[in-house]
Ligand binder design. Sequence first.
Ligand code: UTP
Length: 297
Amino acid sequence: MRKKVTKAIFPVAGLGTRFLPATKSVPKEIMTLVDRPLIQYAIDEARAAGIKEFIFVTSRGKGALEDYFDHAPTLEQELRKKGKDELLEVLKDTNMDSGAIAYIRQHKALGLGHAVWCARRLVGNEPFAVILPDDVIAAEKPCLQQMVEAYNETGGNVVATMEVPPEKASSYGVLDVQEDMGHVVKVKGMVEKPPVGKAPSNLAVIGRYILNPSVLRSLNQMKSGAGGEIQLTDAIASEINGEHGVYGYRFRGQRFDCGSKSGFLQATVAFGLARDELRDDLLAYIRDVVHLDRAAE
Ligand code: UTP
């Protein structure tokens, strides 16, 4: 019997420099798409996949993130008094049971691999998920849930992957494919941020992973890789010839790179249009803007 995936690491210790000055005082993960912070989308996805323990790797200045998951008795009391049951319901999603959430500090931003390694004692000897909250994925079946199913079939390390245009590949970890089975690909190599024209495929790794605990042991021995950071990709690549192997999973859904301004804006529009109460107004506005733009040409 395969061990169930019940723990997820959320590495949120990065500096978020692309969103300065906002991220000087607001953690990137608290920035909102419509009215929900990025972290809420990540937590909802993890819950849907059966995750019970949520491990945040944080850093200085991320206090707002910790507060977000606390109960807010005064606010709740006030809403109850005013009969705002719908809002009380909305707040429920933000509450975490005591003991279900843990925070661990990454003292220096030494890279994603290092951030994951910081959580090793909380993970122990179990398979675990890693979710990067700045990759937001709109999907009918939540992406991590799809991946847990793929993990249950393969037993290997599973990384979410999507096709990207060749000129974009150098911004990602890229898969070297041994066997393409459709939604699942068996991986024979992984390269972090390959130089332009040198990518082994157009399959980029994005921010969802299900990993076996042996990855943490590889991270123990890691030296810094591309960009002087300790790369998670390198530790996963060292699993390729190990007991479990590595698989790419082509998820069904649309991924928004909310770590970039353009991706964040696109996600705002997409999630706004998906809301019944906002759709008509927003659509009319977008039509107007596009129309004006055309008129100016
Ligand atoms: P990014 O590469 O997006 O870096 O990290 P960043 O610091 O968040 O943002 P920019 O590039 O400066 O704008 C990808 C994910 O890895 C986490 C980040 O919090 C983010 O979720 N991370 C990165 C860490 O937790 N620790 C690190 O040392 C680096």
